[in-house]
Design a protein around this ligand. Structure first.
Ligand SMILES: Cc1cc2nc3c(=O)[nH]c(=O)nc-3n(C[C@H](O)[C@H](O)[C@H](O)COP(=O)(O)OP(=O)(O)OC[C@H]3O[C@@H](n4cnc5c(N)ncnc54)[C@H](O)[C@@H]3O)c2cc1C
Length: 395
């Protein structure tokens, strides 16, 4: 692959970084101590992002976005990700970004007009509702228990979901359910689109979590005889798992891009602190041990960026890149954790305090090793590839 990032993309990334610095980072004080950004504040900063020509980088121009390919998104999403609020401000945040990608690929004309366009415009929010409490689908999606039963031309859904991110603000859901007449979950799962206020959807609670309170929460809900018309099906009945994979591959990489922005900023904070703070007659930055920690973080950031670029490039070539996206997800999620941990250590008591944003990021980043496939599951995928290619057994 060619590692040169085109000049216009570098310039765009620089503009996004400046926007985040000037307009987004000042808003971080409003999200301390469990508070979330108000909808009014979000609308203000989003209007500025649109006026600055930074809106919806991954969506095509005809929908109002910047039309970046996934490879071009790498530096731009990293720049946005320098604040946890940056991706929300310029419309490349999870889960809306992954949902837009899914709808852009598979929604029909009516669904595009009803769900996709308002989502791209920032007038609506969405949630992806796949994970279920035990004993339902979690790491193993084939354990899906939410059922979809045909009733004439309609479908009736029943089930129990949780961790549907954005559910507190979502206007609509993308629900994964399995057909109750089909015992083979892989073939019998379907994605459905529905307004969240449809009769039969019971919101139980926002699941409390560690880390920064997410703008849209992570809700638990039940579906009680939720009746949906045939037009609610995304793609074709039975395509649920295939469509979800189309969403999850790029979504894993975009998480890597955004978290690289936070890890880079953490390294800058740690370097700044180490350069000013003196102990035992010299600055911390002059101590070999601290230099080693800073360098390790830089090495991991560099490796993570290259892995992300390479996996994105493979996706652009039309490859599934299943192994490479798993490698990237494991490496970046775990290295971001180490980079944040080192930054806290270097900044000492200040690092542990809430005076700096490091503690908040450290807690919030913890989920990255769990969502969109836990590290163990991705290692299983990588090992399956190794066993297939080099092992004696069929895996
Ligand atoms: C902040 C956050 C946001 C989320 N947002 C969404 C969302 O928007 N929509 C949605 O549908 N879901 C969402 N999820 C759910 C997430 O995708 C699941 O938590 C994840 O898939 C793991 O499923 P589980 O929690 O049921 O864990 P389990 O399946 O119970 O697994 C628990 C642990 O077991 C281990 N494990 C699992 N399989 C293996 C294996 N094969 N080998 C070794 N160890 C293994 C792993 O360490 C794993 O962490 C979110 C989760 C979090 C934390």
């Amino acid at each position: 692959m060619d590692f040169t990032t085109p000049e216009p993309i570098l310039q765009l990334a620089a503009r996004v970084e400046q926007f985040v610095q000037d307009e987004v980072i000042p808003l971080e004080t409003e999200t301390q101590h469990g508070a979330t950004l108000s909808k009014a504040r979000l609308a203000e900063v989003r209007a500025k992002a649109k006026a600055a020509g930074l809106w919806a980088p991954s969506m095509p121009a005809e929908l109002g976005g910047l039309g970046l390919s996934i490879l071009e998104q790498v530096p731009v999403f990293e720049a946005a990700g320098r604040s946890l609020l940056g991706p929300l401000a310029i419309q490349c945040n999870a889960p809306d970004e992954g949902n837009m990608h899914l709808l852009e690929r598979f929604a029909n004309d009516e669904q595009r007009e009803r769900y996709l366009q308002p989502l791209v415009n920032g007038d609506r929010f969405s949630a992806f509702s796949m994970t279920e409490p035990p004993p339902g689908a979690g790491s193993d999606p084939t354990m899906l228990r939410t059922t979809a039963r045909r009733a004439g031309a309609d479908w009736i859904l029943n089930g129990h979901k949780w961790f549907s991110s954005n559910g507190l603000v979502a206007d609509f859901l993308i629900i994964m359910a399995r057909h109750d007449d089909d015992s083979h979950a892989h073939q019998g799962a379907t994605l459905f689109l529905t307004p969240i206020d449809a009769p039969g959807i019971e919101i139980i609670r926002d699941v409390p979590t560690m880390g920064q309170q997410d703008f849209g929460g992570h809700i638990e809900m039940r579906y009680h005889d939720l009746r949906l018309p045939a037009s609610a099906v995304l793609g074709e009945p039975g395509q649920g798992f295939a469509l979800a994979q189309h969403r999850l591959g790029p979504a894993r990489l975009t998480h890597c891009m955004r978290w690289t922005g936070i890890a880079q900023r953490a390294l800058e904070i740690a370097t700044d602190y180490a350069s000013r703070r003196e102990a035992f007659g010299k600055t911390l930055a002059e101590q070999g041990v601290i230099q080693s920690m800073l360098a390790d973080s830089d090495i991991e950031l560099h490796a993570g960026r290259l892995m992300t670029q390479q996996a994105a490039w493979l996706l652009e070539q039309g490859e599934r890149a299943r192994r490479e996206t798993s490698i990237c997800k494991v490496f970046v999620s775990e290295s971001v954790h180490r980079i944040l941990d080192r930054a806290i250590q270097i900044c000492g008591g200040s690092g542990y305090s809430r005076d700096l944003p490091l503690a908040n990021w450290f807690e919030t980043a913890r989920a990255f090793r769990i969502y969109d496939g836990a590290s163990e599951v991705h290692r299983m995928v990588i090992a399956r590839y190794l066993r297939r290619n080099y092992g004696a057994v069929d895996a």
